[in-house]
Design a binder for this molecule. Structure first.
Ligand code: NAP
Length: 290
């Protein structure tokens, strides 16, 4: 293997320690304890795991974590009422509604209800719009984590060719906007399932980000020597193993740096949720953001 393996877990630990220190200072100097509320509807096992992880990380950072578990048959109206109450609750700085919701519930109206000041998951269209016009409020957590990884790994984005595979509103699309903002200055290609000759497009990249959800899609054929490869994908194999979108072993022979799955982008997603909650707590009290 020639590639440097970027340790997202170690970076996440470092950033979470810094966040915990800032939370302690906020409490001591201003009597503020940042609060995060997570709403979980139904009993999807994967969602249970994610919400549990977020809860533990929030408490470990010294913040208030509130979990609201609603039955699977909750109505749209009742779910929206819960969000209204959290919007009005001064102890809560950040609200997230865990996806996916049960089929009878529409996520968009719920996301639109979350106050932009508390939209730490950055899924309200207002938040996406602010990013699109180059004046972002909160950055959605997974792309924000990718930016932190690139910065930590010393990867220059200015002038770089970045290819992102996957154009979802959760990952690929917001990441493409973030990387083209002034200050990051990358030249971004946003590829998807209709992209012609994907391997050739990917080989143009200085930085290649895979956010697809297809195990092992990105093979060595997609990667030029020296490319930095960031694997956002999380896929379960038949035997229950967690793997990314990148065929790690063969790509690591060609790339200059690569994130593993698990232990790459995943731990940074929860970390950036904590960062957003801290920023929300500061901003809501008129304190400067980081
Ligand atoms: P998504 O909404 O399903 O979007 C997948 C994207 O990949 C779509 O734009 C789709 O193209 C594109 N795509 C699908 N098959 C393709 C192919 N064969 N070639 C090229 N493009 C293809 O998924 P998502 O929510 O963005 O998630 C993507 C992956 O990241 C998943 O594995 C997910 O579990 C993972 N993820 C991880 C984290 C984390 O914290 N580590 C967070 C979020 C997501 P079209 O638009 O043309 O359909």
């Amino acid at each position: 293997m020639s590639a440097r393996v970027i340790d997202g877990k170690a970076l996440a630990t470092e950033v979470r320690e810094r966040i915990a220190t800032e939370v302690a200072a906020l409490k001591e100097e201003h009597g503020i304890v940042p609060g995060l509320a997570a709403v979980l509807v139904g009993d999807d096992p994967a969602s249970e795991v994610y919400v549990g992880m977020k809860h533990r990380a929030t408490e470990k950072a010294g913040m208030l974590s509130r979990q609201l578990r609603l039955p699977a048959e909750t109505s749209q109206e009742d779910l929206e009422q819960v969000v209204h109450e959290l919007n009005d609750d001064d102890a809560i700085d950040g609200i997230l509604v865990q996806l996916p919701l049960p089929d009878h519930l529409a996520p968009r109206p719920v996301q639109e209800l979350i106050l932009p000041d508390k939209d730490v998951d950055a899924l309200n269209p207002y938040t996406a719009g602010r990013l699109a016009i180059g004046d972002p409020t909160f950055l959605s957590c997974t792309p924000y984590g990718v930016l932190e990884i690139l910065e930590h790994a010393g990867v220059q984005t200015a002038g770089a060719e970045v290819v992102i595979v996957g154009r979802s509103n959760l990952v690929g699309r917001p990441l493409s906007v973030m990387l083209t903002l002034k200050g990051r200055d990358a030249t971004v290609t946003l590829a998807h399932s209709r992209t012609r000759d994907l391997p050739a497009v990917c080989r143009r990249a200085d930085v290649l980000v895979a956010a697809v959800g297809v195990a092992g899609l990105i093979t060595a054929e997609y990667v030029s020597p020296g490319t930095v490869v960031i694997d956002v994908g999380t896929n379960r194999t038949e035997d229950g193993k967690l793997v990314g979108d990148v065929a790690f072993d063969e790509v690591a022979e060609v790339a200059s740096a690569i994130t593993p799955v698990p232990g790459g982008v995943g731990p940074m997603t929860v970390t950036m949720l904590l960062q957003n909650t801290l920023e929300a707590a500061r901003a809501r009290r008129g304190l400067p953001r980081r």
